[in-house]
Design a protein around this ligand. Sequence first.
Ligand SMILES: [Ca+2]
Ligand SMILES: [Ca+2]
Ligand SMILES: [Ca+2]
Ligand SMILES: [Ca+2]
Length: 139
Amino acid sequence: MLAILMMADRCSAGVLDWTSDSSTDYDGDGCKDDDAEDGDDDNDGVDDSNDDCAVGVLEWISDSSTDHDSDGCKDDNAEDTDDDNDGVNDVDSTGAVLDFCSTGVINWDASSGVDHDSDGCLDGDIISSGSISVSSANG
Ligand SMILES: [Ca+2]
Ligand SMILES: [Ca+2]
Ligand SMILES: [Ca+2]
Ligand SMILES: [Ca+2]
């Protein structure tokens, strides 16, 4: 109890009868996780409902430079092995680069035939206004 009094409790008028510890209050903000009181358990700026790493790395904020695919998992960290969420991991277990466009186009499926050379880069030049068009020529 003393601990929670000593730190800033952002929910000082919040849920009663619980004790803030690492299992109930992952980010230590005094707001009970797994409850409407804390909609962002790891305090990275991505709501739990949209956060693939809802109890992930602490003390960072998701933005375009730290979280390319905005999945709530910190890029450049073991937490996010696929920074652009295309299904091609950034590196393999030895650290060798697998995705040569790891901060490229996000949320496309590299296994759907649009990455013929499997370099993690969407084939052709695509992209504008967020839609993907694929040339049906030369497969
Ligand atoms: Ca919390
Ligand atoms: Ca979060
Ligand atoms: Ca990410
Ligand atoms: Ca990738």
